[in-house]
Design a protein around this ligand. Structure first.
Ligand code: ZN
Length: 398
């Protein structure tokens, strides 16, 4: 049955024009100059900037303590050690609120800030088996009318080093995970071929996309990216593979970075960065100039890895700009693109954007234009999913 049209009047679009947007059955039916029409149901956007829902492209719904008690960050005994952090994480999670409660807290946070599309990594390994995934799958189902969530089966304890993980990853896809993840094939599993054989083997077997955590720096990171690109092309998976963090790209001299950027672009591999403050990170402008799709995410929010994060992808665009030295309107808009269109491309979202035929998933922000929104991170916001108001004044409406 067709629902009555909803008129969203006086919406300021990214091109600076004021428009009315007509929505039918959750999709944008038409976009006309403001004042051209009225319908049975009218929502006044009142001149606020209307942008597509943000794409939260990398988050961990299973490990955040947002909304739970404060858990102080515990430093490693000697520098930074992924293995030790995984141990701390297990200790912290044992005394935290139940995972489903914490995942809901985090989803509410993200939706209220305007994220309507998400990719979350969920731990699948010998330590937790499929338990975390089962919990997050149930929570995803509860939120299906509020946000679209892709889940990555994430081998947090390595694939070869954690007993039974290849079979668990295989089972995770059967259970409902959408993508296969990976973790530092060289530094963690010490076997790039063995690790990627499992990741790409399962991707090929199930016809799913790949998103690999890669923290390895400099040449170690670059070598891994080259290998991921080669496998992506060999399997014809261009557009279906992402490398998250890719810190190593930020360590390379400009010439080397440009060379590998060309390879990444030709291979159709997306790069995810959250522009961390404590680490070199991929050169966003250089990558985009070479044709690489860059997207972003909050990554960890108040968990065992760091105490930061607020689930606001507009704030993330500001952080990317701040860390990248983006000052001009064009540069600030490019950071906005990373948290919107870049994410949509990496997640292969259908019907994304403010366009006729697209899903009516949008956010109304009190800003005059995108560059101002990026530096000001203004609130309050109104968030609409399929044309329905799902969050207002920082709270989710059910
Ligand atoms: Zn992550």
């Amino acid at each position: 049955m067709t629902s009555p049209d909803t008129y969203f009047k006086n919406a300021l679009l990214q091109d600076g024009t004021l428009n009315d947007i007509i929505v039918r059955d959750g999709r944008i039916q038409s976009i006309v100059p403001a004042g051209s029409g009225a319908g049975a149901e009218t929502v006044d956007i009142a001149g606020a900037l209307l942008v597509p829902g943000f794409v939260e492209g990398h988050i961990h719904l299973d490990t955040s303590f947002w909304g739970d008690k404060w858990i102080p960050y515990k430093p490693c005994t000697d520098g930074f050690d992924v293995h030790e952090r995984v141990t701390f994480q297990a200790q912290n999670m044992a005394e935290a609120a139940p995972m489903d409660v914490r995942a809901r807290n985090q989803l509410d946070l993200c939706i209220s800030n305007g994220s309507l599309q998400m990719r979350s990594h969920v731990m699948v390994d010998g330590s937790v088996g499929l338990k975390s995934l089962e919990t997050i799958l149930k929570v995803r189902e509860e939120y299906r009318d509020l946000i679209d969530v892709q889940l990555v089966a994430f081998p947090q304890s390595g694939i070869l080093k954690s007993h039974g993980t290849p079979d668990l990853l295989d089972a995770a896809i059967g259970l409902g995970a959408d993508l296969i993840g990976g973790l530092d094939p060289l530094s963690f599993d010490r076997d790039i071929k063995g690790h990627l054989d499992v990741v790409f083997g399962l991707a090929e077997k199930h016809g799913v996309d790949v998103d690999i955590h890669l923290h390895d720096g400099s040449q170690l990171g670059a070598m891994t990216i080259e290998e991921i690109c080669a496998r992506t092309v060999a399997l014809g998976m261009q557009g279906h593979v992402a490398v998250s963090h890719a810190y190593g790209l930020g360590d390379l001299p400009r010439d080397a970075a440009m060379k590998i950027a060309g390879l990444i672009a030709r291979s159709g591999v997306s790069i995810m960065t959250n522009a961390p403050g404590h680490h070199n990170f991929p050169p966003v402008a250089l990558l985009r100039a070479e044709g690489v799709n860059v997207f972003s995410g909050s990554d960890n929010i108040r968990d065992s890895w760091w105490p930061f994060g607020d689930g606001d992808m507009l704030r993330r665009a500001e952080i990317i700009s701040y860390r990248s030295g983006f000052f001009t309107d064009l540069e600030l808009t490019s950071a906005f693109d990373v948290v919107t269109a870049g994410g949509a491309k990496a997640l292969r979202l259908e019907g994304y954007g403010i366009a006729v035929g697209a899903k009516a998933d949008f956010v109304a922000i009190p800003a005059a234009h995108v560059p101002e929104a990026v530096v000001g991170v203004p609130k309050p916001r109104r968030v609409f999913k399929g044309g329905r108001l799902v969050a207002e004044n920082g709270a989710v409406i059910r």
